[in-house]
Design a protein. Structure first.
Lengths: 307, 521, 317
């Protein structure tokens, strides 16, 4: 019976999500003029849903102080209070308002994850494509350095670095970005290698195109699909890295709310079937799914498939 | 000498009457059994603990985590043992006596104790075992507590004589320290890599950081101990994994229990929670040499700005009691009952700030869960409440890794855990005496130091009590340490496991001795 | 083909250099960490005197470069020394744990790799249908939960009901079948953690090729979609897929410390974390080198396979 009820609610959630996604697309398609409107008219519902979720997250992140009834650090009552009108989602282990912390968590977590992933991609894909395009000793040097860095397990490596350099938000972002960029580098290089042996690159080289032009105009567009797919995932991995680091006591400094640490703080409750830890984990999951739905759509458009 | 209640032991009794106390100590727990069944032999106890590292070893100089402490207490014997009621009984030592100035101590070694290897335990073994922790080349964590020993000699085949640099009435208590295991000697030296011991259990296998398997030692000299046929100890670091192992019946006892969910665990069928309150306390230690902590008014302001009851409720979930800014617990012999309990009072905190010439103050408080479970959360609650008094506490979460070497006594204000010591003198000497290695507030109070030395060799019970009362008052009012709470040891077990009605509180797991004191119902 | 062999030989040589570089980095990083073994072992009980005595006993009072040289000299001769903390030979310490780690990694990979390839290919085949979206959403939700949280949920659902043990304790007496049963939950956790990444890369790489003229040609010939994807698209999409699989396999060997902790599984990850926190440098070095070697070899394998899958790479112009 319980299974059926759960299935029923999942079905309801999916239908509501679909309807919202469809509505959102209609609104966009009608509101935006010309070409942009047409793009959205043809977009799948899943992409509409994804964009709607991302938009909501962005609004929540920007308007956090206006939305949250309490501050993220304020102790407002007893521990683990049940859901009620004042505390919409109850309170956490210290008596802080769960809903407010989730709202502020959106701002902190999404912000940090975005900056980190963007940095990692800038560094990783530029160097990776450069290595693929130039080849020779530059490729060798970069690849070997990346090999060395990647061969050290990421979690242990970040543990070492953060213990040495301290755990401010800036070092956290830099350390995760550098470690992540090695993964991006390898992918970018591997994709790039397959492209540089193509005939049109040969042609571009014979035309005497410069290196910058070659990378940005010829290689990047053809390498963008796997890179975009990777971006969608890497973005979400940052949450997980922060969560794992807080498992080792190295995450974001409290009392700043971030979803990764919030999952960690409440995780034990799941052992007793309490769903509180599912809330921050669910926030991460929903965003992950949403981002990747949009990524899929862009991937589809980039592939040039018409169906 | 029939009354062995900790609070009522006379000084003369402590020094002379060890044999009587031994008998009482052994009989008491079983005699008071009540609802619990008589102990019986049999079964393999599966015990899961939250500590244990792959770097653990047999070397008694390095025992630091609960896993090795429990393992080696099962494997080894000690000169003295702290009984469940907190009194001191003999173990390897049958009895002891001191000169009236408490400077020279004679321990009579019990006859008929054998090591697992079959070798008889002799006075030489005792001397080598204690000497291992002494001297310039000692790397032992117990070195500071055996440093006051000037000389150890034998007097006849079964008497060991300790000569101290100054009188210490509590010296036999010190000999119960978990580092000071009696191990077999060869040419006057013990082998720190050997697994031999004279305790109730023989180590069959030990994979450090994972599991240890022990079996009952068939020639163990204590008749009413070591009921289990064997012990299987597992290290489970993750709190949820520990609980799951107990719920699914894969282990019989877990320690510690995650306090956030202890209420939920209690509801699970067939599971019992056991908690003991003793000397374990959590502190926030300030470096009293540094501004602003060098001003006692600031220290007082900080002491008034913490809501102790909230911490006991939210961090300990009620498993503990509020502290009064000194390290002596309510169950201890000379606990100062007359000292008023300090409570959260932002107005008083403001008043003391003003006395220090300040309107507000900003300080950093370093914490990590390595300091004590929930330390970061405790610091956050502190910070929230202190804000009302104009005290801005910035909580800095430090890495768990290397907390004791890089943060504690290095940062100006940090969270600290103390297992506590069985005597007032031992606790004060360890962490509050001027110049002591672990004086983490770098505190130097002339009157306190004077009282400490005087009380150590004071013979009159009332005078001694008065001195310890005054010392607690001084630490509470002028010390550099905020002591918000005394934390209970909280364990959980399947209801197949039975234990005596009185469970020792000097350490967790019945003073590390659950494996030899408990049994299967 | 001889080009491939030359490449392998070159890469193995480079691999040895990589290991050497890593041994220096790890040694330096561990040195840079505040505190040393003596201080960490004695913990709260450390005093200046006892720390100094401990350091003398372990030879930690010698300068760093001397200690590194001593370690390197031993390592080159195949002697990785003994653990500083408990004097056990490192070979003993690592032996069973390495076997355990490899067992769990292979177990998880044996489930995850076929699963993600099949799901990825099907998602590409039925792209933009509800199957595609559903498989994606489920896989993505699974990886957006932190590992320990996935593990807790599995324990709650599958262990508390008594189907599987919540602890994966295996030793030398455990039979193979029993080991498979006992380590099912950790293997399943790891499967959930790595599947989404490989599945999505498979799907993306295939879809990326579907607009190529030769695929359109095949479609125009009336070839069935499944055949187009399996015979024409997949072989050309292999390079990025193999790279991602290699990355995830390396992760299964080197990155599973959290899963080990939750399931009380004695693998190398916990040994590494314990040794780092106690600054037991010889053990840290040995484990780091094993991890690095696994990584280097897997990547070499990935590159060889990727090269073989693309004739243009074998015969560059």
């Amino acid at each position: 019976m319980e299974v059926l009820t759960t299935l029923f609610w999942i079905a309801v959630a999916v239908s509501v999500g679909m309807a919202a996604g469809w509505l959102f697309l209609r609104v966009l398609a009608t509101a935006l003029p010309g070409r942009a409107g047409r793009v959205f008219r043809s977009a799948p519902i899943s992409a509409g849903f994804g964009m709607l979720v991302i938009l909501i997250y962005l609004l929540v992140a920007i308007l956090a102080p206006a939305i949250a009834p309490f501050s993220e650090r304020e102790v407002v009552g007893g521990q683990f209070l049940p859901w009620d009108a004042t505390h919409l989602l109850g309170t956490d282990n210290l008596g802080r308002d769960m809903f407010s912390r989730l709202v502020y968590g959106a701002r902190n977590t999404v912000g940090i994850a975005f900056v980190t992933t963007a940095l990692a991609f800038l560094l990783g894909s530029v160097l990776g494509l450069l290595a693929a395009a130039v080849g020779g000793w530059l490729d060798q040097v970069l690849s070997r350095v990346v090999d060395v860095l990647m061969a050290i397990p990421a979690l242990v490596f970040s543990l070492l670095l953060l213990t040495i350099f301290g755990t401010s938000v800036v070092t956290l972002i830099l350390v995760i970005a550098v470690i992540d960029s090695t993964r991006v580098f390898r992918l970018a290089r591997s994709v790039g290698m397959n492209i540089v042996v193509m005939d049109f690159i040969e042609a571009a080289r014979l035309r005497g195109e410069g290196l910058f032009h070659l990378i940005v105009r010829e290689i990047l567009p053809n390498a963008s699909a796997p890179l975009i797919a990777e971006f969608g995932l890497r973005f979400c991995f940052v949450f997980l890295t922060i969560s794992a680091l807080s498992f080792l006591g190295l995450g974001i400094q409290p009392p700043t709310a971030d979803w990764g640490s919030m999952v960690k703080e409440n995780a034990v409750l799941i052992t007793f079937g309490d769903i509180t830890p599912l809330l921050p984990a669910g926030c991460i999951a929903l965003l992950t799914v949403a981002v990747n739905f949009v990524v899929d759509w862009m991937l589809h458009r980039a592939s040039g498939l018409k169906e | 000498m029939t009354d062995t209640k900790f609070g009522q032991v006379s000084r003369r009794g402590l020094i002379k009457g060890a044999t009587a106390m031994t008998a009482a100590g052994l009989i008491l727990p079983f005699g008071a059994g009540g609802a619990l069944a008589e102990p019986k032999r049999g079964g393999i106890l599966r015990l899961a603990q939250g500590s244990g590292s792959t770097t653990d070893s047999y070397d008694p100089a390095t025992w630091d985590s609960q896993f090795v402490q429990v393992l080696n207490t099962a494997r080894c014997g000690f000169l003295t043992e702290i009984a469940p009621d907190g009194s001191l009984v003999g173990e390897v030592a049958e009895s002891w006596e001191a000169t009236p100035d408490a400077k020279v101590w004679r321990f009579k070694i019990r006859k008929g104790i054998t090591f697992h290897s079959g070798k008889d335990l002799t006075a030489e073994d005792v001397i080598a075992s204690i000497n291992y922790h002494r001297g310039p080349d000692s790397k032992s964590a117990a070195k500071p507590i055996v440093d006051p020993i000037v000389e150890i000699t034998t007097d006849g085949p079964d008497v060991v004589v300790f000569t101290l640099e100054a009188g210490n009435a509590d010296f036999p208590f010190i000999m119960s320290d978990y580092h000071l295991a009696i191990l077999p000697a060869n040419d006057g030296k013990i082998d720190p890599t050997s697994s031999d011991g004279c305790g109730g259990y023989v180590v069959e296998s030990w994979e450090p950081g994972v599991t240890a398997r022990l079996r009952r030692y068939e020639n163990y000299w204590k008749p009413n101990r070591a009921w289990f046929d064997g012990i299987e100890m597992t290290a489970i670091h993750d709190a949820a994994a520990r609980q799951n192992a107990l719920i699914t019946g894969e282990v019989d006892v877990i320690d510690p229990v995650d306090l956030n969910t202890v209420a939920l665990l209690q509801r699970a069928p067939g599971i019992r929670i056991l908690s003991t309150t003793g000397t374990q306390h959590y502190t926030f230690a300030m470096d009293t040499r540094q501004a602003p902590f060098n001003d006692n008014n600031v220290r007082l302001a900080l002491k008034y700005a913490i809501d102790r009851q909230e911490l006991v409720d939210k961090i300990l979930n009620g498993y503990g009691s509020v502290g009064n800014d000194h390290p002596i617990g309510p169950s201890q012999r000379y606990f100062n009952k007359d000292l008023p309990q300090r409570t959260y009072d932002p107005d008083k905190a403001k008043y003391h700030l003003k006395q220090a010439g300040l309107d507000s103050v900003s300080v950093q408080l370093s914490a990590a869960d390595a300091a004590f479970p929930g330390a970061v959360d405790a610091a956050l609650l502190y910070s929230e409440k202190a804000a009302a008094a104009g005290i801005n506490i910035e909580v800095v979460r430090e890495p768990n890794d290397g907390y004791w070497s890089n943060v504690w006594m290095k940062k100006p204000w940090s969270a600290v855990y103390w297992g506590g010591r069985p005597t007032e003198d031992w606790m004060f000497t360890t962490a509050y005496a001027a110049g002591a290695a672990w004086n983490d507030s770098f505190w130097d109070h002339p009157r306190f130091n004077e009282l400490l030395v005087a009380a150590r060799s004071e013979l009159d019970e009332d005078k001694r009590r008065a001195m310890y009362y005054e010392m607690q008052e001084i630490v509470s009012n002028e010390g550099g340490v905020v002591v918000p709470m005394f934390a209970s040891y909280v364990m959980a077990m399947s209801d197949r496991v039975a234990h005596p009605e009185q469970v020792a509180a000097n350490w967790t797991l019945d003073g590390f001795r659950a494996v030899e004191r408990w049994w299967f119902a | 083909m001889s080009k491939i062999w030359i490449m392998i030989a070159k890469r193995l040589g480079l691999g040895v250099l990589t290991l050497f570089a890593i041994s220096i980095i790890i040694f330096l990083a561990t040195e840079l960490l505040p505190g040393d073994l003596a201080r960490s072992i004695l913990g709260q009980s450390a005093t200046e005197e006892t720390v100094a005595a401990f350091q003398r006993e372990l030879g930690l009072d010698q300068p760093a470069h001397v200690r590194y040289a001593q370690w390197l000299w031993g390592a080159v001769q195949g002697d990785f020394g003994t653990s500083l903390a408990n004097r056990r030979p490192i070979a003993d310490l690592i032996g069973t744990r390495l076997a355990n780690t490899m067992f769990l990694a292979i177990y998880a990979a044996a489930i995850a790799v076929p699963l993600s390839l099949i799901l990825g290919i099907m998602a590409a085949l039925f792209r933009n249908t509800w199957f595609d979206r559903g498989a994606n959403a489920v896989a993505l939700s699974a990886i957006s939960f932190p590992e320990f949280f996935v593990a807790y949920i599995l324990i709650f659902v599958l262990a508390q009901s008594g189907l599987f043990p919540s602890m994966a304790r295996i030793d030398s007496t455990t039979t193979f079948a029993d080991a498979l049963y006992k380590t099912f939950l950790p293997a399943l956790t790891l499967t959930l953690v790595v599947t989404a990444h490989m599945m999505r890369m498979t799907r993306a790489a295939i879809i990326n090729l579907l607009a190529s003229p030769y695929i359109e040609m095949a479609q125009l010939k009336g070839m069935p979609p499944a055949r187009i994807i399996l015979v024409h698209a997949l072989p050309n999409a292999l390079a990025p897929i193999i790279t991602v699989i290699a990355l995830n396999l390396a992760y299964l060997i080197t990155g599973v410390v959290v899963v080990e902790a939750v399931f009380v599984y004695p693998g190398l990850g916990q040994l590494m974390v314990d040794s780092v926190s106690k600054r037991d440098i010889p053990v840290v070095q040995a484990v780091a080198l094993i991890f690095a070697a696994a990584y280097v070899l897997l990547n070499l394998l990935a590159d060889v396979l990727a090269t073989l899958s693309n004739p243009r790479l074998i015969h560059p112009k």
